[in-house]
Write a protein that binds this ligand. Structure first.
Ligand SMILES: [Ca+2]
Ligand SMILES: [Ca+2]
Ligand SMILES: [Ca+2]
Ligand SMILES: [Ca+2]
Ligand SMILES: [Zn+2]
Length: 374
């Protein structure tokens, strides 16, 4: 996106322009091109927008790929057609998928029409030529030239950031500076991307891919960093003697443990919240809990979950914040489904199996502010 719009070196390749409104003022937000831009592909012949997802068509596109994210580099199926799915995070658009028909052939013009609603996408191919009838018939023949077909895709749309920090603050200069006196930042142990589930390998890999080798940098980690951590630890506000903990987003309370006086293992007194979008959050080591199973959180600041504490396997007052995504859709959140709300930006694949996405409402600059304290 936002490439060089000033050249004309791919005649008729096409483009899409996203405009966004602030109040009554419209301005261009993005200039979008295909991942495999070529002359006469006619990207943008049709577009369909739903929420933060945009589909852009290119009916003359000519690869012989089929399905999702196939090989887009060849031109051996002239005008078979393709569609491109872009999503927006904040104000940034990026291509998520390159879509082709399941039975790609030359001249089919897949994406001659397109319509997106929520996560359901219909793509028309007006010149597709099988003689099938109804749903999922024989798509392999060409016995009815130009009869046309439509293809339905269910998109897996990444969630928009929806998490707030699980404590009270009025703005990020307060979060960065004021929630401590004289220091900034709240994170005192990051999620470890190097080895899942408390396995130990003597290092910690942070969301950005930076590696802390504990055999080399033990002096800086102290008790603040640890190997195999499956969550984010937030330290306490040193300007307060007790600190309320709030839901990171609205949802329904479950999994409450509130009778953990003296327990020395696991998350101690804790609260879980189901956010009704596949994600759940865990708030561990609480001193006291002020919600019960089934409590609906509809205004997070109006309903504290409890008070930050030092119960369970904890070595000081802090909040263990866990984020889980129900990847297998069974309605349970297991330790193999834990994810990092700071996402994953490392150069190699994350060793955790469920993808971590950046899900804080606040932008990276604020994230760096809360990171600053050591
Ligand atoms: Ca091409
Ligand atoms: Ca065909
Ligand atoms: Ca590790
Ligand atoms: Ca699950
Ligand atoms: Zn922790």
């Amino acid at each position: 996106m936002n490439g060089d719009g000033a050249n004309n070196s791919a005649t008729g390749s096409g483009a899409a322009y996203v405009f966004a409104r602030s109040g009554t003022t419209w301005s261009q937000q993005a200039y979008l091109k295909a991942s495999n831009t070529e002359t006469m592909d006619r990207l943008g012949q049709a577009v369909s927008l739903s929420g933060d997802t945009l589909v852009i068509t290119a009916p003359p596109e000519s690869s012989k790929a089929t399905g999702v994210n196939g090989n887009q580099a060849d031109n051996s199926a002239y005008a078979s057609g393709a569609a491109y799915v872009f999503t927006r995070s904040g104000t940034t658009w990026s291509q998520q998928a390159y879509l082709k028909a399941s039975n790609t052939e030359a001249y089919d013009q897949f994406s001659s029409a397109v319509s997106l609603s929520g996560d359901t996408l219909v793509v028309g191919a007006r010149s597709e030529s099988s003689n099938a009838t109804g749903v999922n018939g024989d798509q392999a023949n060409n016995l009815a030239p130009g009869s046309g077909a439509a293809y339905v895709f269910t998109l897996k749309i990444p969630p928009s950031p929806f998490l707030d920090l699980p404590f009270q603050y009025t703005n990020f200069s307060v979060a960065a500076n004021g929630n401590f006196s004289g220091s900034s930042g709240r994170v005192n142990s990051w999620f470890d991307h190097s080895i899942p589930n408390y396995s130990k390998n003597s290092n910690l890999t942070k969301w950005d891919g930076s590696l802390f080798d504990f055999t080399q940098v033990a002096s800086i980690q102290g008790l603040s960093w640890y190997d195999g951590h499956n969550g984010t630890d937030f330290s306490h506000d040193r300007s307060q003697t007790t600190e309320d903990i709030y839901a990171a987003a609205n949802g329904t309370v479950f999994g409450v443990v509130n009778n953990c006086g003296g327990c020395t293992t696991s998350y101690g007194n804790r609260v879980w919240i189901d956010h009704n979008n596949g994600y759940a959050t865990l708030y561990g080591h609480l001193n006291t809990v002020s919600v019960t199973n089934g409590t609906l959180i509809t205004d997070r600041i109006a309903q504290p979950l409890g008070v930050m504490g030092n119960t369970g396997g904890s070595k000081g007052v802090h909040l263990h914040f866990g984020l889980y995504y129900d990847q297998n859709g069974d309605g349970q959140w297991t330790e193999s489904e834990v994810v990092d709300p700071y996402g994953w930006k490392g150069a190699t694949n994350d060793s955790w199996s469920v993808p971590s996405l950046y899900l804080w409402i606040h932008p990276l600059s604020a994230q760096q502010l809360i990171e600053a304290w050591t």
